[in-house]
Design a protein around this ligand. Structure first.
Ligand SMILES: NC(=O)c1ccc[n+]([C@@H]2O[C@H](COP(=O)([O-])OP(=O)(O)OC[C@H]3O[C@@H](n4cnc5c(N)ncnc54)[C@H](OP(=O)(O)O)[C@@H]3O)[C@@H](O)[C@H]2O)c1
Length: 336
């Protein structure tokens, strides 16, 4: 997908004060560092800190020529001027997320009108005149429990239609789903009309979790030429030194599994971050990987990880210890 301008992008969820109150200067400097290191694809969403991540990203991107970068944001949540307590938001399994973000009221709405309004609001916060890709945000079980199918249906008759129209008119280049679960993307790929041509899957095609996506989603996406953008490549941090897994404190079971992977990486003289990024990019259905960060120093670390040479023996041992799926494409010459 050439509009992605390089295989690695930058995910701005942390910049919405996802886990901590990030000083403005640090947030801005993180985006500037990404730009100065050649990153030209940025993903954001109104939901990230109730507009905060878009505002921060927009401040940096406004200094650059719009044709030089690719931008994606999301629809499905409208940010109002009215206020609420961020900790009181109903977020299913993701309770407490963005409690350090802005306290504007967030309304879930996947209708056609809300989709258009959401895009207009994003453009203002991002100080730009267009989005390249738009993702319908979080119509999945982790946020809506058993209600998720009803949300999907509301998006199918609302957001999906209007986004297909905008794509046909050339207002946006592509649209898809932006979710933490594979099922909604699988369902969207089976639709007869108003279908996505790209999607963002977070945390479900990673070194830690990929079995489920390998069964149906990745082959179906590859067959239809729908690129998958891999969000949450570090499983929200735990894989590379953070404490979160799927946006909550990681369990001892997950920490143990990560430790096994880290021990193998150490024995083979590589960083676990290199394995995390290169594993994802080895799958031919992947369009880009978008690690998130809230500190400037992460950017150089990510770039170095992409360049590391990983010996085949590392992957061999990961397979032997059943830490990765047998049918996963691997970044080994002649294997991918
Ligand atoms: N539904 C959706 O559409 C959806 C869902 C999830 C994600 N996404 C997209 O995918 C992007 C990436 O996901 P993500 O940001 O949630 O998670 P991620 O990329 O898996 O992990 C990012 C976290 O890893 C931490 N990290 C990186 N290197 C580290 C190190 N050396 N030591 C300790 N911690 C380290 C970062 O910490 P610092 O903050 O300290 O730098 C950051 O908090 C998002 O920003 C968003 O754009 C989309």
């Amino acid at each position: 997908m050439n509009e992605l301008k390089g295989k690695i992008g930058f995910g701005t969820a942390p910049l919405g004060n996802m886990f901590r109150d990030i000083p403005e200067e640090e947030a801005i400097s993180t985006v500037e560092t990404a730009w100065n290191n050649g990153i030209r694809y940025f993903d954001t969403a109104p939901f990230y800190g109730a507009g905060l991540a878009e505002l921060r990203l927009g401040e940096v991107l406004a200094k650059h020529n719009r044709d030089e970068y690719v931008l994606s944001s999301k629809v499905g949540r409208i940010i109002l001027d009215a206020k609420e307590n961020p900790s009181d938001r109903e977020l299913g399994e993701k309770g407490g997320l963005f409690e350090h973000g802005r306290d504007n009221k967030v309304i879930n709405d996947y209708s056609a009108d809300a989709t258009l309004r959401s895009i207009e609001d994003s453009l203002k916060r991002l100080k730009t005149d267009r989005l390249d890709m738009v993702f319908v945000h979080d119509i999945a079980q982790d946020f809506y429990g058993d209600e998720w199918l009803a949300k999907f249906e509301s998006a199918r008759t609302g957001a999906f239609r209007v986004l297909s129209q905008l794509r046909d008119e050339g207002v946006i280049k592509s649209w898809g789903l932006g979710v933490n679960r594979a099922e909604p993307i699988e369902m969207a790929l089976e639709l007869e009309e108003n279908k996505p041509d790209v999607s963002l899957l977070a945390g479900q095609y990673t070194l830690l979790d990929h079995e489920r996506s390998l069964q149906r989603l990745m082959p179906a996406a590859a067959e239809q030429g729908v690129k998958i953008i891999a969000g949450g490549p570090y499983s929200s941090g735990v894989l590379v030194g953070g404490s979160h897994y799927e946006y909550q404190e990681a369990s001892s079971e997950i920490i143990e599994k990560v430790q096994k992977m880290k021990d193998i990486a150490q024995r083979h003289g590589i960083s676990i971050k290199a394995a995390a990024l290169q594993f994802i990019l080895a799958n031919p259905a992947i369009g880009a990987v978008i690690p998130g960060a809230s500190r400037p120093e992460r950017i150089a670390e990510d770039q170095a990880a992409l360049k590391e040479v990983i010996p085949a023996s590392f992957w061999q041992e990961m397979l032997e210890q059943k830490l990765i799926a047998e049918n996963a494409p691997l970044p080994i010459d002649g294997h991918v």
